[in-house]
Design a binder for this molecule. Structure first.
Ligand code: MG
Length: 221
């Protein structure tokens, strides 16, 4: 079992299912040669893929090309099904900055063949998470700077006000499909600028001045 790390919250919150959005920023959809859809596109990552600040992403034997994707993460604090957009934010416990590490070579083959993305997204260490903040510290989650640096160079930078879907819409939509439960995590998708990470890289991600994450990269032994 894996638990979130909060900056100022002593309760243990177990990490539940991790629901990810595929295309949330127009410019990223464009760089991937895809289009945005009316409803969000979803996939799942296992909680076993989570690591935390100052840990290591391992490049698995089965992949030769990992990509970074920096994302705003939303932690669910209250169970709900068919949550209305009006009540959606009442179900949020807090926020964090996350990486949705992707085996892009495996994903490209999957896309070509119409296969699911579970393998490309599900390896151990593929979901680094920062310490989380409670929502009362966040004035407006859709007006936050999201940034990723590799070895000190900025690779991805966006304000969350550029998301195609509102958080209310995302929460409401997901809850039409699966019950959102205390401890679930929504990764809201990445902006443009995704690219390869290599052994020895140091990746730094941040969400405004609220959350920060530093991880490095090594080959799996
Ligand atoms: Mg992603």
């Amino acid at each position: 079992m894996t638990y979130y790390r909060f900056q100022n919250y002593i309760k243990h919150v177990r990490i539940g299912k991790i629901i990810c959005l595929a295309r949330t920023y127009k410019e990223h959809a464009r760089e991937m040669n895809t289009t945005v859809t009316e409803d969000p596109l979803l996939f799942l990552k296992p909680a076993s893929s989570v690591i935390f600040n100052h840990e290591t992403i391992f490049i698995p034997h089965l992949s030769k090309c990992l990509h970074h994707e920096v994302e705003l993460g939303v932690i669910i604090g209250k169970n709900g099904k068919y949550i209305t957009e009006e009540k959606a934010l009442q179900h949020v416990l807090g926020y964090l900055v996350a990486l949705d590490i992707t085996a892009r070579d495996i994903q490209s083959i999957a896309k070509k063949n119409g296969w699911p993305w579970g393998i490309a997204k599900g390896f151990d260490t593929f979901t680094p998470l920062s310490d989380a903040v409670l929502k009362d510290r966040v004035l407006n989650p859709q007006n936050l700077d999201l940034e990723l640096k590799i070895n000190g160079t900025i690779k991805q930078k966006v304000n969350t006000n550029q998301m195609i879907y509102s958080l209310e819409r995302i929460i409401s939509f997901i809850s039409k499909i699966m019950t959102l439960e205390h401890g679930d995590l929504i990764l809201t998708g990445t902006p443009k600028g995704v690219g390869e990470i290599k052994e020895g890289d140091v990746i730094e991600a941040r969400l405004g001045s609220l959350c920060a994450l530093t991880v490095d990269v090594k080959h799996e032994l």
